[in-house]
Design a binder for this molecule. Structure first.
Ligand SMILES: CC(C)(COP(=O)(O)OP(=O)(O)OC[C@H]1O[C@@H](n2cnc3c(N)ncnc32)[C@H](O)[C@@H]1OP(=O)(O)O)[C@@H](O)C(=O)NCCC(=O)NCCS
Length: 148
């Protein structure tokens, strides 16, 4: 794979990012969600490989805490380090904003993402019951946090 480039998300990226979100996560953000988040001033970042966008994250900073709202990698590029690179960039962005922690929510069933967060130093801090919709019901969210 060619070199990975991490850069700020631009309005012109939004169609491609929303299309990627549809492929990566059936319950991921819509184009409108991305437009609103960019307009709200969230930290929005993409990762490029082979001259196209292959992943993104959205990070919201409130006072001295950051929340990782979205992170995803194109299914064709998963398992090659893009997720880890994005997560590292999100943590660095939170630190640069003088945050004291990053927190997030993840589906109980999302073992791949949970493993990635644990290897980046995140700890589980709680459970939000029946938080996420599934194809046939609801599932719990695991709350995770990384303190600086
Ligand atoms: C979670 C996600 C972002 C990871 O991206 P990725 O590019 O595949 O991840 P990486 O290749 O950087 O791997 C990061 C870590 O994830 C875990 N991981 C990656 N592939 C895995 C697999 N096949 N099985 C289990 N764990 C895996 C590992 O812990 C890995 O770290 P390691 O290489 O040190 O073992 C990606 O799978 C994705 O977009 N999933 C759909 C959207 C989603 O679930 N987002 C998170 C919502 S909270």
């Amino acid at each position: 794979m060619s070199a990975l480039e991490v850069r700020a998300m631009m309005p012109a990226d939004l169609e491609a990012v929303a299309a990627l979100a549809r492929r990566a996560d059936p319950f991921g953000w819509s184009l409108r969600n991305f437009q609103d988040a960019l307009a709200a001033g969230y930290i929005m970042t993409v990762i490029e490989a082979e001259a196209r966008i292959v992943g993104y994250f959205a990070l919201m900073v409130v006072v001295d805490e950051a929340e990782l709202l979205e992170i995803a990698v194109d299914p064709d590029f998963q398992g090659r380090g893009c997720g880890k690179t994005l997560l590292k960039a999100a943590v660095a962005a939170a630190r640069a904003q003088a945050c004291r922690c990053v927190h997030l929510e993840v589906r109980v069933s999302n073992e791949r993402a949970r493993k990635m967060y644990v290897s980046a130093g995140f700890c589980e801090t709680g459970l939000r019951k029946n938080y996420y919709p599934t194809q046939n019901g609801r599932e719990h969210a695991v709350l995770m946090r990384l303190d600086f």
